[in-house]
Design a protein. Structure first.
Length: 200
């Protein structure tokens, strides 16, 4: 560690690599609500946050757990289709609250084109939320629907049924084969849209 008397120890959240204060300052200066997207291995969460002098205030939130509890989603809650549906959910909730524009905030998570973070963004855009973004970062429609999962599951079933049953055991218990994820995705998406009184 530097011993120069002028050396300043970075603030705690910077040391713990939890907050990029330079980027956060730029986001706050814009005075536009942030679409905060976070993911873990098993879940995706999205919040629209307004920054105030006294601290952040959450205006709307959505979590992939809601997909299972309210809309019958039987797939994994941390994959790309679930991320899109969570984004769609927050976009529709935002529209209901008259929130029209946000800025994407993925924190210190790695920005990889067409990954699940940007699947949330695509869902929010389809929910008619305006979020500035670059070209080529959104996942394809086939990936959003989980066709890559279905294709992998079919190949695995033919090559190694034992591994297939082990890898997809939880999903099979819930009653949806991974090969049928695209069709199941369409059903859940329709249920979400109908719950907000519209179709897309």
């Amino acid at each position: 560690m530097p011993k120069n008397p002028r050396y300043r120890v970075p603030v705690r959240r910077r040391r713990e690599q939890k907050t990029n204060y330079y980027l956060r300052r730029k986001l706050l200066i814009s005075r536009i609500p942030r679409l905060v997207v976070r993911r873990s291995i098993n879940h995706i969460s999205a919040q629209i946050v307004e920054s105030l002098p006294e601290g952040d205030r959450v205006l709307v939130s959505a979590h992939s757990c809601e997909l299972r509890k309210k809309y019958g989603w039987k797939g994994h809650c941390g994959n790309t289709p679930a991320a899109y549906l969570t984004g769609l959910l927050i976009g529709l909730k935002a529209r209901k609250k008259k929130i029209k524009k946000t800025i994407l905030d993925i924190g210190l998570q790695a920005s990889v084109k067409q990954n699940s973070l940007y699947a949330v963004l695509k869902g929010a855009l389809d929910g008619q939320l305006e979020v500035p973004h670059g070209d080529g970062i959104l996942p394809s429609d086939s990936r959003i629907r989980g066709e890559h999962i279905a294709e992998y599951a079919r190949a695995l079933l033919s090559e190694n049924p034992e591994l297939y049953n082990r890898q997809f055991s939880e999903q099979l218990k819930r009653g949806v084969k991974p090969e049928n994820i695209p069709k199941h995705f369409d059903t859940v998406k329709k249920a979400i849209l109908e719950s907000f009184g519209g179709k897309k």
